[in-house]
Design a protein around this ligand. Structure first.
Ligand SMILES: [Cu+2]
Length: 164
């Protein structure tokens, strides 16, 4: 086989494989930070608030801080955590969230989450849709991710898995 037909063949193969790959790898980068699989649970259309989740990986040697988030679909976006108060799980706003060097911080149900309040546009809040969310990091700067709205929580044992 000549080199050029080999190249053609591998280009064809790449063309066949890449779209599927991009569709499932739902990761974003900000400096050294990697934001994996932003998602939100589909809620009834009258739900007053919506939560968004993702994992921030920091393979770098410098700690960073998530300062704030915002999205065009809500008037307010807050950083929240769940805490035990006596026997009760309560959620409360936190000013910032630390991203340790060489570590990760997980936003997930019953833990850290982004809370969207004063919802302005619910058209992107149904299963299969995505809405933009911008994360503001102290060092890595700003990164806008697409939050996938899904009925089912993603399977955390496989972080690239997506609801179909
Ligand atoms: Cu909350």
């Amino acid at each position: 086989m000549s080199t050029s037909s080999l190249v053609k063949q591998s280009l064809l193969l790449a063309a066949l494989l890449l779209p599927a790959c991009f569709a499932t790898a739902h990761d974003y980068k900000a400096g050294e930070l990697q934001i994996a699989h932003p998602w939100s649970q589909e809620l009834p259309p009258n739900a007053p608030t919506v939560a968004a989740y993702f994992v921030v990986h920091n393979p770098g040697k410098t700690a960073d801080t998530l300062l704030s988030v915002d999205t065009p679909i809500a008037g307010k976006a807050e950083l929240h955590e769940h805490v035990m108060q006596g026997d009760l799980m309560k959620m409360q706003q936190v000013p910032t969230v630390a991203v340790p060097a060489g570590g990760e911080v997980t936003f997930a149900p019953m833990g850290y989450h982004v809370m969207l309040l004063e919802l302005k546009d619910r058209s992107l809040l149904s299963d299969g849709k995505r809405f933009p969310l911008t994360l503001h990091f102290e060092k890595a700067g700003n990164v806008t991710v697409e939050v996938a709205v899904q009925k089912q929580a993603p399977d955390n044992t496989h972080e690239h898995q997506h609801a179909q």
